[in-house]
Design a protein around this ligand. Structure first.
Ligand SMILES: Cc1ncc(C[n+]2csc(CCOP(=O)(O)OP(=O)(O)O)c2C)c(N)n1
Length: 513
């Protein structure tokens, strides 16, 4: 058995059965070994940032890593933006990056690069394979690193000769550490802060946004009067009717400051301290009040659900703290696109148990609150601000979740970064309804220009304009094998969305706004 085969057998033995790939010459033995060994589903992404974005969506939905296959330093470099988003989501990921054979490296052939250096920039764990007999064990260590709570990025650089040489040995699966428990002193301190009656806010992310985490947090809020919020970007959240309606901290700094104003205790549950996305002249970096005390109830790798449940019991919260009345079924709106009206319309249309993937930028700002009244669903967002996440993340989420409809809400400028993912959706017959918000402009950047104190001018108008020439999403989708339609009104959208939801396979709705 060669090294490549031992690595694939190791990955399968460790429970990894999905590979998003874009290979080259140095990965040929890995590819050939995939032909010899049954059990690994291999999916081609036609750009490495599609490959890594797919792996992110897959991991967020399945809770386990996919393996990615990329080609040398430049291939990895192409994939880094969506590895960054995955890292910010604490999504487990195993990257295999093929590289020159060990003895070929000193000759500085064209694709020679600092592959390990590039990997280090975005990975929690990096190793370069040293021999075919070791790569099986290296693979098992990579999976262990990826699954270490809260979920990590592990990158194994695989020199071609460590793949093709004989002597491969299958690595035994390695144990994965459990989430650590929150210390009793920490729980006690936070229980006292919550009992003090001083204004408190729990900021929830990671595990705390699962159905169980949210239910426990809701009980804590019910018993203590503390407010609940999520960070501006969430990796995955259980939402919709019957789930606690926890809103986000807004993106715009002044609005975030308003939401946090008066808070005396900021209690982090798997979340980082509330921070502005960017620095703006004259505005603070942290959006909580300067005199607030920040407590860490649970770090991302700790057992946040157990900590919240303990707190809820300690505060005497009833087991089923009542949820607010969800009100009537959301009404479908009519007329031109307007963010609030769109959000209510979408809330009325989302299929039961669907997965929403959102990279909608300004068109998505109003989506969150109205969709609490939608049918139960999971919501995934771009977590690292590196746009071009929606199409691939939705693609990977669909691979991980057969039988569930995926709804991808994608801004047009961001969508152009990774539109090749549509081709993968068509090829794999994935059940994704893609909605593209075609405003033909980098709208957010007009606001950012003013927010940093600069003035619009000819160059900025030109650089933020996507209308010359106009992107035609029907042709783009058609060229990649995805059926599409264009709508210009909310009622047109509702009809198109209903039709798209009731059929199987990928579909794209271009919403001209
Ligand atoms: C990888 C990456 N490159 C560039 C940016 C900077 N950036 C932020 S938003 C944006 C444009 C977004 O435009 P669009 O997706 O059309 O959304 P809209 O603002 O129109 O809603 C750009 C280029 C980024 N966030 N990430």
């Amino acid at each position: 058995m060669n090294g490549a085969e031992s690595l694939i057998r190791t990955l399968l033995a460790s429970g990894i059965d999905t590979c998003f790939a874009n290979p080259g010459t140095s990965e040929m033995h890995f590819v050939a070994a995939l032909d010899k060994v049954d059990g690994m589903r291999c999916i081609l992404g036609m750009a490495e940032t599609v490959v890594t974005g797919c792996a992110d969506g897959y991991a967020r939905m399945s809770g386990k890593p996919a393996v990615t296959l990329m080609h040398c330093g430049p291939g990895l470099a192409n994939g880094i933006a969506n590895i960054h988003n995955a890292r910010r989501a604490n999504a487990p990921m195993v990257n295999i990056v093929g590289d020159h054979a060990t003895y070929h490296r000193p000759f500085d052939a064209p694709l020679t690069a600092d592959t390990e250096g590039l990997a280090r920039a975005v990975s929690h764990w990096v190793r370069t394979g040293s021999s075919s007999t070791r790569v099986g064990a290296d693979g098992a260590a990579a999976v262990q690193a990826a699954l270490t709570p809260p979920g990590q990025v592990a990158t194994l650089v695989l020199p071609a000769d460590t793949a093709w040489n004989d002597g491969g040995e299958v690595g035994a699966p390695l144990p994965v550490p459990a989430r650590s428990a929150v210390a009793p002193e920490t729980l006690g301190t936070i229980a006292r802060a919550l009992r003090s009656g001083e204004p408190a806010m729990l900021v929830l992310s990671g595990q705390a946004l699962s159905a169980a985490g949210l239910a426990a947090a809701w009980r804590v809020a019910h018993a203590s009067g503390a407010k609940l919020r999520t960070p501006t970007q969430i990796p995955r959240m259980a939402r919709g009717r019957g789930r606690p309606p926890v809103d986000r901290i807004p993106y715009v700094v002044d609005n975030a400051i308003k939401v946090l104003a008066g808070t005396r205790h900021v209690i982090l549950v798997g979340a980082k301290p509330p921070t502005a996305f960017f620095a703006y002249p004259g505005k603070p970096s942290l959006t909580s009040p300067p005199d607030a005390v920040t407590h860490v109830l649970a770090r991302p790798e700790q057992d946040a659900i157990a900590a919240l449940e303990w707190l809820a019991d300690e505060l005497g919260a009833p087991k089923g703290a009542p949820l607010p009345d969800g009100g009537t079924k959301p009404q479908l709106a009519r007329g031109a696109f307007e963010p609030e009206a769109f959000a209510h319309t979408l809330a009325g249309l989302l299929p039961e148990n669907c997965i929403v993937v959102e990279d909608a930028v300004t068109s998505g700002r109003a989506l969150f609150a109205p969709t609490f009244a939608a049918a139960p669903h999971d919501w995934l967002q771009i977590t690292g601000g590196a746009i071009g996440h929606g199409f691939p993340c939705a693609t990977g989420a669909a691979v991980a979740s057969p039988g569930r409809k995926v709804v991808c809400l994608q801004a047009d400028g961001a969508g152009m970064y990774t539109l090749q993912a549509l081709w993968t959706q068509a090829r794999e017959k994935l059940d994704v309804v893609n909605v593209v918000f075609a405003n033909r402009i980098y709208k957010i950047l007009h606001g950012e220009l003013l927010a940093v104190g600069a003035q619009p001018g000819r160059v900025s108008n030109e650089l933020f304009d996507l209308a010359r020439p106009t992107l035609d999403w029907l042709k783009l989708a058609d060229g990649m094998g995805v059926e599409a339609t264009r709508v210009e009104t909310l009622e047109g959208f509702a009809d198109a969305f209903k039709a798209a939801s009731s059929r199987r396979g990928p579909f794209l709705i271009e919403f001209r706004i």
